[in-house]
Design a protein around this ligand. Sequence first.
Ligand code: RB5
Length: 148
Amino acid sequence: MTNKRIVLSSDHAAIELRQKIADHIKTKGWEPVDIGPKTPESTHYPAHGEAAARRVADGDCALGIILCGTGQGIMMAANKVKGIRCGVCSDVFSAQMIREHNDANMLSMGARVIDDAAALQIVDAFVDATFEGGRHGTRVDMIKAIEA
Ligand code: RB5
């Protein structure tokens, strides 16, 4: 992948974890594009999910990692943006599979669901995996067809 930019966003529930992920992906040779929010006041996850998703959909960033309390609400918002395939993961296997089988371009996690160490392992699995294509490509094309 020539574009090494990963957009990061969250709501108030995951400000600290987002910073840890930004530091971590830098050590892996990726450029974190952290679009906030910076301060811990209560905010609205749909806006942050959409903003991150647009960075991926328009090609500015190759991948996105988004966070909220459960990872669920922000994932739902991101998936409303055309071209986005975002899964919520709480385990390493799922994170690998959403790249290899579903060609996910965004990962969502819940800062109130998993601990920081698990989140970083999930990030590694997601970022290091590659889409397998083949029969999985047929199925991803079917997802794209629904969107069209
Ligand atoms: C915020 O309290 C919480 O609802 C949000 O972080 C998230 O879990 C929503 O899905």
